[in-house]
Design a binder for this molecule. Structure first.
Ligand SMILES: Nc1nc2c(c(=O)[nH]1)N[C@H]1C(S)=C(S)[C@@H](COP(=O)(O)OP(=O)(O)OC[C@H]3O[C@@H](n4cnc5c(N)ncnc54)[C@H](O)[C@@H]3O)O[C@H]1N2
Ligand code: MOO
Length: 427
């Protein structure tokens, strides 16, 4: 199969300007260009946590398998209940959960039943034992109006019915899904294979932890944020360290990555700095576009596919500024990498009121760092963390959400609704 080129994809846009690309267009180009990886792993149930389901799971059984009681009490025929006076029913047996029910009560009779016990034939209602007006020797009395016919009965298949889809392909498996699969007796789960992702930082000013911090240098922090974000996505990661601003070193690193992984994430060197060879080498190795995106932070971005010795890998060249690398990862790379693993997991976005005024220029998307907190009225409000510079990593660390101010948005007044993306629970 011939893969599309970036040119094929961008030519579908009504206007394409790599130097002034709206966020949504960049997201769309990436989405249309990437391709899910092949390969399914059959893993034991517990190992499926956070993996992506590779096929629909069809329920082999109904859950629950029988009509059963939701309460400890007495199973009865709803038709025996009256609205006007108390009813006395003879207790003709006991049903425990997990034991077949042999008793068939007649009209005027009931059966003591435990939660989960199979409903006796003919019974359609359960009165919880604490609602029974009087318990005599071999009988109970029920006051009028205490329960209605049908109360406290759970139907066979009300959770999952045999033959229906219990989980859909593409779902990221959560703890509830593990339980759901266990409730169906499924021991082995088909999941898409983990995506192999290599990442490295570029820049001669970067020092690794343990090295002396020479004048004018900074410790490489992006590799650590990338490590964290890629791990949370469930990728198999290859940490390639810091690569010097040297054409041969960059070419060797990109070729090596390309031959071993599905995707490569780099940080730095995608803007226009004089010592940056990153762009030239990326362009030399494949089909790569260099964009200036209408957003802040995260304006420069390189994206495409590079190849070496018959292997190819998708490339995300993220900007070097420590906040920009994270914003670009969350809003471009994350969705693409998840899709490559066959997952559909859109970013969780919702609207809350801003408790402060926010300055914003229309014409670009701004990703400001926010703190979501519960107001006096119990509703959540958001405020900005303070200085929003693209190098202020503290703003990300203090934040518990991102405030997304879209292209057309101007200044925000206190009390206005703004869109936010909470960090908690983000893959
Ligand atoms: N003349 C222009 N200059 C810049 C532009 C522009 O359009 N024209 N864009 C600015 C924007 S916006 C960004 S973002 C940065 C991105 O540039 P690069 O991707 O080329 O990144 P570098 O120049 O390598 O680094 C930028 C900045 O970030 C620090 N950095 C880089 N890597 C790391 C790391 N792994 N850990 C910690 N800090 C890192 C680096 O020291 C620089 O301070 O370009 C603007 N310039
Ligand atoms: O896009 Mo850059 O991150 O603003 O400094």
């Amino acid at each position: 199969m011939t893969l599309p080129t970036l040119n094929d994809v961008t030519s579908c846009l009504s206007a394409y300007d790599p130097d002034a690309l709206p966020v949504r267009d960049a997201q769309r180009i990436i989405r249309d260009f990437i391709k899910p990886v092949d390969g399914i792993d059959q893993v034991p149930l517990l190992a499926a946590l956070d993996r992506v389901l590779a096929a629909d799971i069809i329920s082999p059984i109904s859950v629950p398998a029988h009509d059963n009681s939701a309460m400890d009490g007495y199973a009865l025929r709803g038709a025996d209940l009256t609205a006007t006076g108390p009813v006395t029913l003879a207790v003709v047996g006991t049903v425990f959960a997990g034991r077949p029910c042999a008793v068939v009560p007649a009209s005027g009779e009931c059966v003591r039943i435990m939660t989960g016990g199979v409903m006796p034939a003919g019974c359609d209602s359960v009165i919880p034992q604490e609602l029974v007006a009087a318990i005599g020797a071999g009988s109970i009395t029920i006051a009028p109006g205490v329960i209605r016919s049908g109360d406290n009965r759970r139907f066979a298949g009300e959770d999952l019915s045999a033959g229906s889809a219990a989980l859909r392909k593409g779902k990221v498996i959560r703890p509830a899904d593990l339980g759901l699969l266990a409730s169906l007796g499924i021991a082995t789960v088909p999941v898409t294979r983990r995506l192999r992702v290599a990442f490295f930082s570029t820049g001669d000013e970067l020092r690794s932890i343990g090295q002396p911090l020479d004048a004018g240098c900074v410790y490489d922090s992006n590799r650590y944020t990338l490590h964290g974000m890629l791990t949370r996505l469930g990728c198999e990661i290859v940490d390639m360290g810091v690569v010097r601003d040297d054409p041969q070193a960059l070419e060797d690193a990109l070729r090596h990555a390309c031959e071993n992984v599905d995707a490569i994430v780099t940080s730095g060197g995608v803007s226009v700095g004089a010592a940056d060879y990153t762009r030239a080498i990326m362009a030399k190795l494949g089909d790569v576009s260099f964009w200036k995106i209408g957003m802040r932070p995260g304006r420069p971005l390189a994206f495409g596919r590079i190849a070496s010795n018959g292997h190819s890998a998708f490339l995300f060249g993220l900007p070097g500024n420590p906040v920009a690398v994270m914003v670009s990862f969350y809003f471009f790379a994350r969705d693409a990498l998840l899709r490559m693993m066959g997952a559909e997991a859109p970013l969780p976005l919702f609207k809350v009121r801003s408790s402060c005024a926010i300055r914003k220029k229309p014409g670009r998307t701004e990703y400001q760092r926010g703190i979501l907190a519960r107001g006096d009225d119990g509703a959540q409000t958001v405020r900005i963390t303070g200085a929003q510079g693209s190098g202020i990593l503290r703003s990300m660390s203090e934040a518990n959400c991102m405030v997304i101010l879209h292209d057309e948005q101007g200044n925000v007044d206190a009390g206005d609704l703004v869109e936010i993306m909470p960090f908690e629970g983000l893959m």
